[in-house]
Design a binder for this molecule. Structure first.
Ligand code: PLP
Length: 457
């Protein structure tokens, strides 16, 4: 028996792992502590490491650490493990592809998996226009490519992004990112000619719905374009259909439609960053479908290949007029990642998108019920399995409570529920799309217990 088949045979199936976490040793246990110590001595200080989880293996939405503790994972490796941990169909596609060839540079040569994946992504991207696809290693690399294509295609330089946005950490993507000052501090000057405008946040803006949409559009049209920036200089607007790292903020319906109109009026490209919100997470393949728009460029990564490194930007064909050699990537579109992505998209389309919508609605309903009796919850928002719970010090004043989010995430970890913060004061729920209703019920029970002990004052 090979080492791989031994691991597969000894690992229970997702069903066998059940829904309940089991903490057998106070985490971090002795094995975890030893690895944390080794890691801390040699890895870059730039890493945050939210809490001392040291993973040994995982299935479905469950993770086991090196000391045998089992956790229910509601952060999905930061919204990446779309098909769950090591889905058997994804693992076997990876094994098969790896056994054939590990690498051939897709920028220079051809292979079946790359053609098939680009065909699939071109079909799945929203809107009627024909599309062309460029494959990358990560979200940030795909954003970089989208910036370059937008500038190349429009012969314009200025870019608009939103306050609170997260588009990645490479220098170009970082210029668009405005989520935490710490992420930019010490790295300037970044890409010039990037302009940030307010993202419509219905919980904090003081108005909502159509009024908030109009206020947001007016801030661009009547303020930014009137006083500061000629729209004829703007290559593209970059927008997250649901703001991710910024706090899982869902803009009002119609926001993307009005943004689309504004872009069309001025010949500006609309780039939807679906790195976190895409690949079925919101109950549709792409979150921008909720507003029925066609972006000029759609950017995806994270869940696309179930955790194998892969990103893509998908552009309307008429924009993709750059010359051969204008852009490239040695590893982008790695054959093993492409094989994982093809199976991931099939699973998401055939089952998991529907599961995200259905189980996501149950999670949302449960969290809203919790909010009725737990005053630390100021707001519950989201779509499908992309849900944010904003904690506050005081419901009336909506005072952000980052310390409560830290306490919640920390205590949840100790009780076997994996969560992550987002934005200033929000806990995010982004479990693998295979999560079950039973697992949601268990997570809600754990949350209820912890929230009952948190003191908002
Ligand atoms: N865009 C969005 C919306 C993201 O959430 C992220 C990562 O969190 C990125 C881009 C960057 O992706 P990566 O970390 O793969 O570079």
């Amino acid at each position: 028996m090979t080492a791989v088949s031994a691991v597969l045979q000894q690992t229970p199936s997702a069903e066998e792992w059940g829904a309940r976490p089991s903490i057998v040793v106070e985490p971090p246990g002795p094995r975890a502590r030893a690895i944390v110590e080794r890691d801390r001595a040699v890895t870059s200080r730039a890493y945050i490491k939210e809490y001392p989880l040291v993973i040994a293996r995982g299935r479905g939405a469950m993770v086991e650490d090196v000391d045998g503790n089992r956790y229910l994972d509601f952060m999905g490796g930061i919204a990446v493990c779309s098909t769950g941990y090591s889905h058997p169909k994804v693992v076997s596609a990876i094994q098969e592809a790896a056994a054939r060839f590990l690498h051939i540079c897709g920028s220079d040569f051809y292979f079946d998996g790359m053609a098939a994946l680009c065909e699939r992504l071109a079909e799945l991207a929203p809107g009627p226009s024909r599309k062309r696809v460029f494959l990358t290693n990560s979200g940030a690399e795909a954003i970089e490519g989208a910036i370059k294509l937008a500038r190349y295609a429009t012969h314009r330089t200025a870019l608009i992004a939103f306050k609170g946005a997260f588009h990645g950490r490479t220098t170009g993507a970082l210029a668009l990112t405005s989520s935490k000052a710490k992420q930019r501090a010490g790295f300037g000057p970044l890409l010039p000619d990037v302009h940030h405008v307010e993202y419509p946040n219905p919980y904090r803006a003081g108005c909502h719905g159509a009024e908030l949409v109009e206020r947001t559009i007016a801030a661009i049209e009547d303020d930014l374009f009137a006083r500061h920036l000629d729209p004829g200089d703007v290559a593209a607007v970059f927008v997250e259909p649901i703001q991710g790292e910024g706090g899982y903020i869902v803009p009002p319906d119609g926001f993307l439609r009005r943004l689309r109109e504004l872009c069309d009026r001025h010949g500006i490209l609309l780039v939807c960053d679906e790195v976190q919100s895409g690949v079925g997470r919101t109950g549709r393949m792409w979150a921008c479908e909720y507003d029925g728009i066609e972006p000029d460029i759609l950017v995806t990564a994270k869940g696309l290949a179930s955790g194998m490194p892969l990103g893509a930007f998908i552009a309307r064909e008429e924009l993709d007029r750059w010359e051969g050699g204008a852009h490239g990537s040695t590893f982008g579109g790695n054959p093993v990642s492409c094989a994982a992505a093809l199976v991931t998209l099939e699973l998401v389309e055939s089952q998991l998108m529907a599961n995200a919508a259905q189980v996501g609605a149950e999670l949302m309903a449960g969290l809203c019920q919790l909010a009725e009796r737990r005053p630390a919850i100021g707001d519950v928002r989201g779509r499908g399995l992309m849900i944010g719970v904003e904690l506050v010090q005081d419901r009336e004043a909506k005072t952000p409570a980052p310390h409560l989010v830290r306490q919640l995430v920390e205590r949840a970890f100790r009780q076997g529920l994996l969560l992550l913060p987002a934005g200033r004061s929000t806990a995010r729920f982004a479990p693998p799309l295979v999560v079950t209703a039973e697992q949601v019920a268990v997570a809600l029970e754990i949350l209820d217990g912890i929230l009952g002990q948190l003191q908002p004052s």
